[in-house]
Design a protein around this ligand. Structure first.
Ligand SMILES: Nc1ncnc2c1ncn2[C@@H]1O[C@H](COP(=O)(O)OP(=O)(O)OP(=O)(O)O)[C@@H](O)[C@H]1O
Length: 824
């Protein structure tokens, strides 16, 4: 074995404990008998090393493929890394025990290398050839790409490769021609795109198998060729561009300023999908769907069910006492209720009554997420109260920076009632911070000291603890008993002072009784055998189930809810190609525009950026694919007040290209590769919009590229600040379960297959995903699921807290129904 090199040592030998009988042998006590393969050769380790082990040479027909972890091997034609190349190859192919054996008495590495090359056998040459093959292939594809698409990456292919000569095995880059002076770029455009799109193989496998189910079910064809003859979008003029930028700034101000623009009919925000282009499926008539659009003049309180009405009346009764200056005791109330029981509708009804009484300035509506805030025409709690995103030791978040302090004063002035929706995502820390900030601001506003939490402000927590818990850890959730930091201890105390509790129980979204009871049991992990059979009937991957016609209106644009981004991306990509093929529209790929100051990034820097996580570059993707008429979703809070927030869904109605855009190039796959993000895309949000910009059609909002700034270290270790411009948009045919929270979806395909990587699925995520539809007619399961999530409660701690809330609710209802109206 002395002559084994590192590669052959690992490929052809393995380690085993001396006492274990080897495979291929059968040992009989008494009479030793050998059956099967002959015994393998064994070698002792050197004295002092692994005494109880032997090294065994593998049987001849045993095949292993080596996988080298780490960066690619250095190339043989780059003089700057010749020594590294030679040492790497020697380390792998030359037998050695100590590192100095690599040079074997020679003075220089290059002399040791030459001596070794002279004696090396054929396998050595093919090993080197394989290393170099990678570089040759990479250059070939870069060259091909440059020919196909000259404007896309003019700097990616060096001048000398633009000639027509094919590189062959006899070309100057033969493995033994070391040291000629070709200076090639380290990365090709292909490498950069690979790095940008790099995805964990297990994630990829998860997504790929989701797509296989979709192909089998007839949701997508395996190949689509978007039409290349379709009309190109127009370029804008430099003057138009200024106007678009102005629009972008006007919208952006509505995040920073927080000023209301106009009043939106409250019910508009409760409707998930624009049904304008989507015909109702058989059996669900437009009349059935009246719940979505109450008549214009109706007072929403008139259509509330009994539970909704009880909450409404408790709050308004308190308001009336406040108006009469009766100084009612502080209202700290919890509204509970499974998804679809009308919490959002109730908040909108309460708002309407506040308005009717001329008291809207006394009410602030917030939610823990942007989408939930939009649905109630409110703000995120963080933005409204100026809550710190991350608290650091010396961070003076209580007083806040001057702009934050000013914003808090403006938002809280006059407010006596605060609604916080989506309480499942609120944390104990958040509640404590809010209480401290509100008390501090109210003191500044000269509101008499009450010694109460939130400075005496009335607070209503609304939502369903069975939906997503806070980002990070479930132990931060309000219901969870863990409280270690002073803030969370205080938050827990505050949460426990909420004493008025009402649950909404009547299901208003789901119209299918059987599905409703199944969801009720699923919520508490109490599904029966029949429930599971019922679920199986909805699975698309069970051949005996009746097939669903995915060409039919409604189903033809069904939305996927999946736990993983990888599956979301692949589904969106296919759905977008299907859209372009169906409608004859052009598919454009828009790259992000990255600059250092006014200079575009060099190739190596682009490669550095490609490998950074998208979250660290402001959530603006490397590429965005768009087409006119496509369903899209907004990725950032572009304009909270204009309902353009992270998760807003809508349709792209028009694309206008950047004025610098060169003649667009279309790939063989039918994708038009743009050089810059478009100057503007016009977007029609499904939930309507409260703002109308001059020069823009009603109901449409212009989206201009968003900007993010981030830092990257260059080859010399210097930090460089990069500005990225990109559309904060993605296709909206699939989204993650997290983004599904709070939405009603007309036709939905749900993927519950346990992911292979990352956080596990929970009872919460399964419940959120399955409770988006109105019934079994409109929902399908893409494939299997983890049974456990259906038969065990999602959280024992939640169960305990629910017991406590039930007692409070009994008291609340008893007092109310016995004529005690709480407040004078
Ligand atoms: N009293 C009512 N009369 C008619 N329709 C209603 C009523 N309450 C709610 N709805 C309708 O029921 C559907 C679900 O209501 P809503 O979105 O308010 O529920 P939710 O409890 O907020 O759901 P989630 O927890 O999933 O966000 C909506 O389409 C809404 O318009």
């Amino acid at each position: 074995m002395e002559q084994f090199n590192l590669l052959s040592y690992f490929l052809y030998t393995y380690d085993e404990q001396k006492s274990t009988p080897t495979s291929g042998q059968m040992v009989n006590i008494g009479q030793r008998q050998q059956v099967g393969r002959p015994r393998s050769d064994r070698y002792q380790y050197r004295e002092g090393y692994k005494d109880k082990h032997t090294r065994i040479i593998r049987q001849e027909d045993f095949e292993l493929v080596p996988q080298f972890i780490g960066k690619w091997f250095p190339r043989n034609d780059d003089p700057s890394c010749t020594m590294q190349y030679q040492l790497t190859v020697l380390a792998i192919l030359k037998p050695w025990r100590q590192l100095e054996d690599l040079v074997d008495g020679f003075v220089t590495v290059s002399a040791a290398w030459s001596a070794f090359v002279l004696e090396a056998d054929g396998s050595f040459a093919s090993f080197l050839e394989n290393i170099q093959y990678f570089y040759r292939s990479s250059e070939q594809s870069a060259k091909k790409r440059a020919q196909e698409y000259p404007t896309y990456a003019p700097d990616a292919v060096p001048e000398h490769l633009h000639d027509d000569d094919e590189l062959t095995a006899e070309s100057p880059d033969h493995p033994f021609d070391i040291g000629h002076d070709q200076q090639l770029p380290t990365w090709s455009e292909e490498d950069i795109i690979h790095a940008q799109e790099a995805i964990n193989p297990r994630e990829q496998a998860y997504a790929q198998s989701a797509m296989e189910c979709a192909y089998e079910a007839g949701i997508f064809a395996r190949d689509y060729e978007p039409p290349t003859g379709a009309q190109y979008a127009q370029r804008c003029s430099p003057i138009d561009k200024l106007l678009f930028e102005q629009w972008g700034n006007t919208l952006a101000e509505h995040v920073a300023e927080g000023g209301r623009i106009s009043d939106q009919p409250p019910w508009e925000g409760t409707v998930e999908d624009s049904t304008a282009n989507v015909e109702m499926a058989a059996g669900v008539s437009a009349e059935d769907d009246q719940s979505q659009s109450p008549p214009e003049e109706a007072m929403l309180r008139d259509i509330l069910n009994d539970d909704q009405r009880l909450v409404h009346d408790i709050v308004i009764n308190h308001l009336n006492a406040t108006i009469r200056l009766s100084q009612p005791e502080q209202l700290l109330m919890i509204i509970r209720g499974p998804g679809g029981t009308g919490k959002t509708m109730l908040i909108n009804a309460i708002t309407q009554t506040f308005k009717e009484l001329g008291m809207e300035h006394r009410l602030a509506k917030t939610a823990t997420s942007g989408v939930a805030a939009t649905l109630i025409n409110g703000r995120t709690l963080h933005a409204w109260a100026g809550l710190p995103i991350r608290t650091q030791k010396n961070d003076n978040w209580v007083v806040g920076s001057p702009p934050t302090a000013k914003k808090r004063m403006r938002n809280m002035e006059g407010v006596e009632y605060l609604i916080i929706d989506e309480k499942s995502m609120a944390t104990k820390d958040m509640l404590a911070q809010l209480s401290i900030i509100a008390s501090q601001v109210r003191r500044t506003l000269d509101i008499p000291e009450s010694g109460q939490y939130f400075g005496g402000m009335n607070v209503i927590l609304c939502g369903d603890f069975h939906q997503f818990p806070p980002v990070g850890s479930i132990s931060n959730a309000l219901f969870h008993p863990t409280a270690i930091s002073p803030l969370s201890i205080q938050g827990k105390e505050i949460y426990h002072t909420f004493d008025k509790v009402v649950s909404l129980t009547k299901q208003m979204r789901v119209q299918d009784e059987g599905w409703m009871t199944l969801l009720e049991r699923l919520r508490i992990g109490d599904c029966t055998k029949d429930d599971l059979q019922e679920l199986n009937k909805l699975r698309l991957d069970i051949p005996k189930n009746p097939s669903t016609d995915f060409q039919q209106d409604g189903w033809s644009d069904a939305v996927l809810i999946t736990p993983r981004n990888s599956a979301r991306k692949m589904w969106n990509s296919s759905a977008l190609r299907r859209h372009c093929t169906r409608t004859g529209t052009r598919l454009c790929s828009c790259p992000a525009e990255d600059m250092i100051g006014t200079t575009p990034l060099a190739t190596n820097m682009r490669m550095n950026v490609a490998s950074i996580k998208i979250k660290e570059i402001g959530n603006l993707p490397h590429h965005v694919e768009i087409a006119v008429g496509m369903k899209a979703m907004v990725l950032l809070n572009i304009a909270t007040e204009a309902d353009l927030v992270n998760g807003t869904r809508g349709t792209i109605t028009e694309i206008v290209l950047d004025d610098r855009e060169p003649e667009p190039f279309t790939t063989r796959q039918g994708v038009t590769m743009l050089r810059y993000p478009p100057a503007v895309v016009y977007f029609r949000p499904n939930s309507g919009t409260a703002i109308n910009l001059e020069g823009v059609k009603e109901g449409i909002l212009p989206i201009v590229p968003s900007q993010s700034k981030f830092a990257v270290t260059d080859e010399n270790g210097k930090r460089m600040q990069i500005t990225r411009r990109q559309l904060a948009l993605t296709a909206g045919y699939a989204f993650t379960d997290y983004k599904g929270q709070g939405q009603t979806i007309e036709y939905v395909v749900v993927d519950l297959e346990p992911p292979h990587t990352g956080p596990k699925m929970t009872g919460f995520s399964v419940y959120v995903a399955l409770s988006r539809s109105r019934g079994r007619k409109n929902i399908r399961l893409l494939r299997g699921y983890d049974l456990q999530l259906f038969i065990q409660h999602p959280s024992a701690d939640l169960k305990v807290d629910e017991g406590r809330l039930e007692v409070l609710e009994r008291d609340t209802r008893w007092a109310w129904s016995n004529g005690k109206r709480y407040w004078p």
